[in-house]
Design a protein around this ligand. Structure first.
Ligand code: 2HA
Ligand code: ZN
Length: 270
């Protein structure tokens, strides 16, 4: 720890501590088998020049497409093939800090060790590029494999636009309040591909959480805790639905009038 950048930068230690906390939750929830899931967080706002200018441990790894909006930005990224349960104990051994080149074409790994970033680097960095491009203050991208929500994407009807948003919102008032933009749907695409990245970005203009058909969830937020909380709330709704079905009935759900009342009372966007 004493040689870690975390020892020199308390604000960075706080932000990466939050990532480690969430990584532990993902494992405890059964959403992060083996190396499943990824987290990346933009840390540029808390980096000073001494962090920004660290010499590369590995230089010039190509991203595969130009992402000019994130040129010069710094990110903490979970390592590829690393386990969330290990990251939760030792975030700098199972993830690393990367610096995107100013032309947005490649990145350097700068701390603490040359841990190669996530296999979903293409989608994560494309999403950060999109977020910065539209002036968003969101810094966190979370990808995880919640059992209940992924199961729901195996049903054709649930993949229709906003069917799941409505269903999940109607299970408990909190879901609409704390996940007010609902949940978008991305048809199946190869993990780690630019096709998956681009389809995700299309949905992110309307939603903060998107379901990747037969794979997982991708959520964006101001910070990693906020992204996690939205997925957790949606998963709670899915659990209520599945529990009712397990008891042999289809849950009634809140009525349209009750949902509208929530929308007005909480000043919700949709
Ligand atoms: O990092 O979840 O989608 C493992 C994955 C890829
Ligand atoms: Zn995945």
């Amino acid at each position: 720890m004493t040689n870690s950048v975390l020892a020199k930068f308390p604000m960075l230690a706080n932000r990466i501590g939050e990532v480690a906390e969430v990584a532990g939750y993902l494992w405890q929830k059964g959403w992060a088998e083996r190396n499943g899931g990824n987290i990346t967080v933009n840390i540029s706002d808390i980096a000073d020049d001494s962090l920004r200018n660290l010499p590369p441990l590995v230089a010039g790894i190509p991203i595969g497409r130009p992402l000019s909006n994130i040129g010069g930005q710094l990110f903490y990224c979970k390592g590829t093939n690393k386990r969330m349960r290990d990251l939760s104990r030792a975030p700098m051994q199972h993830g690393s800090i990367v610096r995107i080149a100013t032309d947005g074409l490649s990145y350097d790994i700068i701390a603490d060790y040359p841990v190669k970033p996530t296999s979903e680097m293409a989608s994560h960095m494309s999403i950060h590029d999109y977020l910065l491009g539209k002036g968003s203050s969101y810094k966190a991208v979370l990808h995880t494999h919640p059992i209940d929500l992924v199961a729901m994407t195996h049903h054709r009807e649930f993949l229709q636009k906003d069917v799941l948003s409505r269903l999940l919102w109607s299970m408990i008032p909190e879901t609409r309040a704390f996940c007010p933009r609902g949940v978008g749907i991305v048809p199946y695409a190869l993990p780690g591909s630019f096709a998956l990245a681009d389809a995700t970005i299309r949905e992110l203009s309307d939603y903060d959480v998107v379901l990747w058909e037969k794979h997982g969830v991708c959520a964006v937020g101001e910070n990693i805790m906020e992204a996690f909380d939205m997925v957790d709330t949606l998963s709670k709704s899915a659990q209520i639905y599945l529990t009712a079905k397990g008891m042999g009935f289809v849950p009634e759900g809140m009525t349209d009038a009750q949902m509208e009342e929530m929308k007005v009372a909480f000043h919700l966007p949709k």
